[in-house]
Design a protein. Structure first.
Length: 175
């Protein structure tokens, strides 16, 4: 049970950091403002994302946005919580991955329910801001790191499964 409480503390901390950072952006910058941090590469910007990742669905009808950006994510959070609890006795990085997804999802859901959009502010670009990667936030970073952990786990499982299979291409003669 100790791992569960550590994960809860980690999630709470990440959600607080996410919300505080978004609040700092909203109180320090006006909507659309960017502040260069590393010229030609990175800025802090105040972006309102009414869609999902990369702005997907931002222009959709209100019913679509209500279902896909509020109702489904709440259900999804319950499912991820179940997976996190289910994996507590397994490899730590799997339950950490689920905890990161949950922290990120909750951080962005707080924005969606309270503001109607998600505050994004990390903006990476090449040479000019016109060539930028979509802006993101701490919650998005948590989800991205978790996805990386789950991909690593998937690859490790494939390798383990492959090493358990008999090598059919091994030219052993049968006599």
């Amino acid at each position: 049970m100790t791992r569960f409480w550590i994960l809860c503390l980690m999630m709470s901390t990440l959600i607080i950091v996410d919300q505080l950072s978004k609040g700092a952006i909203q109180s320090s910058l006006y909507y659309g403002q960017t502040i260069p941090v590393i010229d030609g590469f990175f800025s802090i910007a105040y972006v309102k994302n009414t869609g999902a990742a990369f702005g997907f669905g931002a222009g959709g009808p209100e019913w679509f946005r209500q279902v896909f950006f509020l109702a489904l994510p709440v259900f999804f959070c319950g499912w991820i919580f179940y997976l996190m609890v289910k994996t507590l006795k397994g490899p730590a990085f799997i339950s950490v991955a689920y905890a990161l997804i949950l922290a990120g999802a909750v951080g962005n859901l707080i924005d969606r329910f309270s503001l109607g959009y998600v505050v994004d502010f990390f903006m990476f670009y090449w040479k000019t801001e016109a060539n930028h990667f979509p802006a993101f936030n701490v919650a998005d970073s948590c989800i991205t790191i978790a996805a990386g952990l789950l991909i690593i786990d998937f690859i490790m499982q494939l390798k383990a499964k492959k090493s358990e299979e008999p090598h059919a291409s091994n030219p052993v003669s049968k006599q």
